[in-house]
Ligand binder design. Sequence first.
Ligand code: C2O
Ligand code: CU
Ligand code: CU
Length: 461
Amino acid sequence: MLDLSRREFLLGSAVTATAFSLGGVAASQAQAADHALGLGMLDYRILPNMVTKGMMCFAPDGPPPVLRFKQGQKTSIDVRNELDEASVVHWHGLRIANAMDGVPYLTQYPIESGQSFRYEFTPPDAGTFWYHPHCNTLEQMARGLTGVMVVEEAEDPGFDTDLPLNIRDFRLGSDGQFIALFKARNAARGGTLGTVSTVNWKVDPVYEVTAGSLVRLRLAVTDVTRVGRYEIEGGEAQVIAIDSNPLPKPMPASEIVLSPGQRADVALRVPDSEDEAVRLILRRRNGSKVLARFQPKGASAGRDLRELKPLPQNPVAAPDLKNAEVLEFVFGWSPEGDAPQSSLCGTLGYTFWSINRTAWPGDLPGPFDPLATLKLGKSYILRLRNETPNDHPIHLHGVSFQLLRSNKRKLAPLVTDTALLQSEETMDVALVADNPGDWAFHCHVIEHQKTGLAGFLRIEG
Ligand code: C2O
Ligand code: CU
Ligand code: CU
């Protein structure tokens, strides 16, 4: 009853400019979905001999499940919210229909406690992706709600093993319990780092892999803050894709810079000998840290990296640069700093940041104006200008874009959904506006996103 009256209330309000899909209704009636996620609370052992209380999970038994889909095949996911707060789930990097994008009020109503929503989509691209809530985003992600998603290529590229690595920190004290999830003074700067580095919710896990075999490591940085420099040490390793898009030429896996939200697919040829472990290393200013180990086992499979089929390019349209319109976006401080309004999807209580001098007021019913309106099918150059001394990984939903140039450094022409905009950098990226809808556009340092550095682009026909 309560839910119904709430929905009626929402339907009567200004939000209804867009007719949202009532996924919640469908979920209770139709047959089982292909996948199910149950959002809930969990006590779990992240640190040895210590149980962390108050974690949030997608599955009752621990770490977020790896969701596997097939490129070009329709799939469905039932999300049941058993938290005692609202949530929505976003599929980071998937170029799917706007109504399934999982952004509160922009594409759907928040899924309230006790409610369900069925997501249905067909992933057009193959690669490594991830999923996370977009409601009370800092807290829900910080407590554990970040999972890896794999979209498999139609044709198997020929690895022996496929190993997703969900790389993130937790902010835990020495007793293994959560400490303050952020500090305001950090939110106004680079963001608040975690204290415990994990891979797949484990500290320094060891994975046994067949000696001499070919392993696809899928690095996904799902942390709320950390921009990191990663390295695969030992074996023969090459980066073959970044942010789900295959690289024209593989890169050495020695200096992989990944910001929150980014992924790297690495082809690893495991050493022949059990004495030569491979390590995933995080390079930090104050020293390196081993995040995970890959232990060769058994007799060598004798594989060779050259046996792999190159990954097929994803069907991302090439922008028409000659006729592209330039749209400028300035990422800066917040001009006013008003405290945000309270919302079903939480607020951090501060406004520090803005896009084009406007701070996103929070995850509220709106309606709000888009930062820009793009015409369906047309090409655009987004000029991203960072006026701040901090780095901002800028993420766009629904559409992939290509890196063109920077005033600070040479850029590889990568196709991506998340680009690290360095301090004071101006970067041009290009896209074809080929997916209609209202697409969230924000910094993926979640403290920045939740204190103003967010907005959306509208693509209309
Ligand atoms: Cu990874 Cu707006 O999200
Ligand atoms: Cu996203
Ligand atoms: Cu930022």
